[in-house]
Design a protein around this ligand. Structure first.
Ligand SMILES: [Zn+2]
Length: 165
């Protein structure tokens, strides 16, 4: 299983020196560590050895887990895996695939709200990614706009503007 912490740390209660250093440098978070440990425990009962994630983000009411692989393994049959992660964390959990198709990733994150489109524009010499969402869909967003903007910024590693149309 690939997680932001090493295999040993996913099983132990304390971080090894190398993962502690990453934590101190902000490359990984306490939440990444926690999710890796939860997955490691789940792996003893359901075989999810091929599952992976590279980032877990706390969005307040929801924890978003980002994977580069198929989301299916982390969701599990009838949603068993995701519901176990959710009860271990005490929060709702969403799994999204962060792949080359950014449009799909953003759609996964905001579902059931629909993504109208994304476009890159240049503003004062900087590239800004405009993410367009229908006003009528605002009530269907799983997270608030402020959190969404933060997530998208960290995901796209750049400026993001939400456009509500
Ligand atoms: Zn470690």
């Amino acid at each position: 299983m690939k997680t932001p912490v090493c295999d040993q740390c996913a099983r132990e209660t304390e971080l090894c020196p190398s993962c502690s250093k990453k934590l101190a440098e902000g490359k990984i978070t306490q939440l990444d560590f926690e999710v890796a440990q939860i997955l490691c425990r789940i792996n003893e009962r359901y075989n999810i050895s091929n599952a992976s994630f590279f980032k877990a983000l706390d969005l307040g009411k929801v924890v978003l887990i980002l994977t580069r692989e198929e989301v299916g393994l982390l969701i599990g049959k009838q949603g068993k895996v995701v519901s176990e992660i959710s009860s271990a964390l005490g929060k709702k959990v969403r799994i999204a695939q962060a792949g080359p198709d950014m449009k799909k990733t953003i759609s996964d994150i905001i579902s059931p709200a629909r993504l109208l489109g994304i476009n890159s524009v240049f503003h004062e010499g900087k590239e800004v990614c405009k993410v367009r969402i229908a006003r009528t869909d605002l009530a269907h967003l799983p997270i608030d706009l402020g959190s969404l903007e933060k997530v998208l910024k960290s995901l796209l590693e750049g400026e993001v503007r939400l456009e509500i149309e």
